[in-house]
Design a protein around this ligand. Structure first.
Ligand SMILES: Nc1ncnc2c1ncn2[C@@H]1O[C@H](COP(=O)(O)OP(=O)(O)OP(=O)(O)O)[C@@H](O)[C@H]1O
Ligand SMILES: [Mg+2]
Length: 367
């Protein structure tokens, strides 16, 4: 899919008006605090998701004398599903509504699935820098987009886990409840096995794709390896279920003492290594940035394979810490994808072989 027009009204500091992006690389450049991230955020909101900066909807309309205006509106023309379509998004008193091809919808979430994007923002570097929870959330989030039925699997697992943990805490005071643990073990194994198998299948697609993209970014100077390794090492339905059940039984006494479930896919990790070394511990800033980028671009490719539509790629402030050859990859080797990329340095536009540059100055967009 391609965004062909974007319109803004009272949105953050962006001047009311419209822009016409090209269907390859769009570089949004300007000094700090001019509105570059605001522009990417405006595009992102059409996915139906929350602001990637964690801003509440009521804070998006333009600040006037220290107060947010009552309303803000965004509009987008895009080419998707083989035809031109129009989307509108309204924020009024902290609530969203939308219009899809002229048909009014009461919610903003009606847009989910109409517009698809993948976003890289500096916070996403935590995907490499922090513990396993971030990486599990990345895999699960990507799976939810690629396969909506997965949302239910994840919710069922999380609910069963919460209930088992609550029961573990109760057992300390009421030992007669001990027998009811079996039921929760069975439920946890049922949903946990589905969850694990989905993650394994997704990572088998993701890992080679991300490694190939990383080789492109680093001009094959480094070898990166991604692997999702469930704690038990099993990968077929019966083996995963048996291993998980055995682990729950084995850790039962410890779990009762601690009051939580110590084994399960809620503790698994996606391991990332560069030339055999942990990227989290030993990766340089540029390498860590390149890894997150490779994962995001691979996620976009998998979404394309599943849905037949290429997600729009939003890259916020990705250029800093990347050397010239890595910048060149992002500007000139992402063929077939529509990309919006922000940076401070106007020189970046000159490195781009094809595409369009937009200068942002105090919220005004010029190309
Ligand atoms: N609701 C709002 N109304 C008006 N201005 C806003 C609103 N929200 C944010 N801003 C302003 O937008 C500006 C920040 O824009 P943005 O985050 O897009 O900057 P940027 O160009 O990405 O800068 P950097 O290069 O530092 O990342 C700030 O000056 C901020 O005060
Ligand atoms: Mg910014």
């Amino acid at each position: 899919m391609n965004v062909t027009r974007l319109g803004f009204e009272q949105f953050r500091n962006l001047e009311n008006g419209e822009i016409f992006p090209c269907d390859t690389i769009n570089v949004i450049f300007g000094s700090n605090a001019q509105g570059k991230t605001n522009l990417l955020e405006a595009i992102w909101l059409f996915t139906g998701g929350h602001s990637f900066r964690g801003t509440k909807d009521g804070e998006l309309p333009r600040l006037v004398n220290g107060r947010n205006a009552e309303t803000a509106a965004l509009s987008m023309d895009l080419f998707t599903e083989g035809r031109a379509q129009q989307l509108q998004l309204f924020f009024k008193n902290g609530r969203r509504s939308s219009v899809i091809n002229g048909v009014e919808k009461k919610t903003g979430s009606a847009l989910v699935g109409k517009f698809c994007a993948v976003i890289f923002s500096p916070e996403h570097l935590l995907l490499v820098k922090e513990g396993p929870a971030r990486r599990r959330a990345f895999i699960d989030g990507a799976l939810c987009q690629a396969k909506p039925a997965f949302t239910k699997v994840l919710a069922n697992y999380n609910k069963s886990l919460l209930q088992r943990n609550a029961l573990l805490k109760d057992i300390l005071r009421h030992p007669e409840l001990r027998d009811t643990l079996d039921i929760w073990d069975e439920r946890l194994v049922l949903f946990g096995t589905q969850l694990t198998l989905e993650r394994i299948a997704f990572c088998r697609q993701l890992a080679p794709r991300a490694a190939e993209i990383y080789a492109g970014i680093s001009k094959a100077r480094e070898h990166v390896a991604f692997a999702y390794a469930p704690f038990h090492g099993a990968d077929t339905q019966s083996a995963v279920a048996a291993a998980f059940l055995a682990a729950l039984r084995e850790s039962r006494e410890t779990d009762i003492r601690m009051g939580f479930t110590s084994a399960g896919p809620h503790r698994d990790d996606l391991s990332i290594q560069i030339d055999g070394l942990s990227a989290r511990t030993y990766g340089s800033q540029g390498q860590q940035r390149s890894i997150v980028l490779a994962l995001k671009l691979a996620e976009a490719d998998i979404l394309f394979e599943k849905t037949g539509e290429r997600p729009v790629i939003l890259l916020d402030d990705v250029m800093s810490e990347l050397d010239v050859s890595r910048r060149d990859y992002l500007l000139n080797h992402l063929d077939g994808r529509q990309v919006f990329i922000t940076c401070c340095d106007p020189e970046t536009v000159r490195l781009m072989e094809r595409g369009r540059g937009f200068r942002v100055e105090s919220g005004a967009l010029k190309n």
